[in-house]
Design a protein around this ligand. Structure first.
Ligand SMILES: C=CC1=C(C)c2cc3[nH]c(cc4nc(cc5[nH]c(cc1n2)c(C)c5CCC(=O)O)C(CCC(=O)O)=C4C)c(C)c3C=C
Ligand SMILES: [Fe+2]
Ligand SMILES: [Fe+2]
Length: 344
């Protein structure tokens, strides 16, 4: 739909009435853990030129001819292992974060803050939720990609999508974006508190804590993407804030995809290498993810455990992300209120 065709239903509330919106955004997920749904999702995700930086003429035949014929079945199986009665964990947790943030910012009356959530790929889409906010009277929207570390493949493509949605509006919303918060003291303190509490609640004392971040092609670092530096900085500050001199801590990168060289060291390689070198007990945290998802619940908690145990490890714990827990919500509320200053 173009802005010339944009129409509102007859029973619609007045467009724009000074309201403020907050849109929490995450990566996206399939609608169901089955092969056709995963194929649809992967087609949209992996066709994004911010995610796969290979010329379309070269990449699209590989994507359509090979990847979309093989990966969806395998990934659907992985999704089915972590799917919940509220749907995909990533979507369910993001919805809960939005609900809890709404409670903290107050009930929605005209002119008040309206909190919603959207996904960059799949549903609910960013254009759909921005239009819904406009229809509900929001003149100003804080667009909040929930990625602590910035990368072109996550933060920037979400902002691109919002900007494209604005292109279709005659009377645009005013948009602010939440900056990356990888080194924000409020974020580091929340991670240290939450991870510290989870470590203390374990029935064993791990010899090693792995901080596993989602990987990216090494080339993106060479092209100037700050993602790798942001991950390293989060890890360094978190290690300082945890202040556990007896705990060895290592940073790794997970979810390698395709034949290109990705950021190293790879989480799966390190799990195996550590077990073979005699490390018996490990805890693993994923401070690059604001919500648990396939990559933490299946890749780390299920496959990571298998890899470590099969290579000789004995005790393994996958720690949760901040999700919609009190510590995570306190942090999110602080970051969001700060960005809303002057608006509310
Ligand atoms: C947290 C930051 C993320 C970065 C950076 C990122 C880069 C990136 N990812 C792929 C390929 C895949 N990622 C997949 C899942 C996935 N990725 C992130 C986050 C980042 N990705 C999340 C939160 C998720 C989980 C989604 C969910 O539904 O729970 C997948 C899909 C699953 C699968 O088939 O394995 C792929 C594929 C690339 C190529 C990339 C490059 C920059
Ligand atoms: Fe990914
Ligand atoms: Fe993965």
């Amino acid at each position: 739909m173009t802005w010339q065709e944009q129409k509102l239903p007859a029973d619609h509330p007045p467009v724009k009435s000074g309201g403020v919106g907050v849109l929490l955004v995450n990566l996206g997920t399939p609608d169901a853990p089955d092969t056709p749904s995963v194929r649809r999702y992967l087609k949209q995700f992996l066709s994004d030129r911010r995610v796969v930086e290979i010329p379309a003429l070269v990449w699209q035949p590989i994507l359509r001819g090979i990847i979309l014929n093989t990966r969806p079945k395998k990934s659907a199986h992985a999704y089915s292992q972590v799917w919940t009665d509220k749907g995909s964990p990533l979507a369910a947790i993001t919805a809960e974060q939005a609900e809890k943030l709404q409670e903290r910012l107050g009930p929605v009356r005209e002119g008040d803050v309206r909190v919603d959530w959207a996904m960059r790929y799949g549903n609910p889409s960013i254009p759909d939720r921005l239009q819904a906010m406009l229809n509900a009277g929001c003149e100003r929207v804080l667009f909040a990609p929930l990625y602590p570390q910035y990368s072109g493949a996550t933060t920037a493509t979400a902002v691109d999508d919002a900007a494209d949605a604005l292109k279709a509006m005659r009377w645009q919303l005013s948009l602010r974006t939440l900056p990356p918060y990888h080194d924000d003291p409020v974020h580091i303190a929340a991670l240290a508190r939450d991870i510290g509490a989870q470590l203390d609640a374990l029935d064993f004392a791990p010899e090693l804590l792995l901080l596993s971040f989602h990987g990216m092609p090494q080339r993106t670092l060479e092209l100037g993407d700050p993602y790798h530096c942001h991950c390293r900085k989060t890890a360094r500050l978190l290690e300082e804030a945890l202040a556990r001199p007896d705990l060895r801590i290592r940073t790794t990168f997970q979810s390698r995809f395709g034949p290109a060289k990705w950021l190293e060291p790879a989480t799966d390689d390190v799990l195996e290498e550590e077990a073979k070198a005699g490390t018996k007990s490990i805890a693993i945290a994923a401070p690059g993810f604001s919500a648990d998802c396939l990559e933490t619940l299946e890749e780390l908690a299920i496959r990571g455990r298998e890899q470590f145990m099969e290579a000789g490890g004995e005790k393994f714990a996958a720690l949760s992300c901040l999700n919609a827990g009190e510590t995570g919500m306190d942090m999110l509320e602080t970051l969001i209120r700060r960005e809303l200053s002057g608006w509310i």
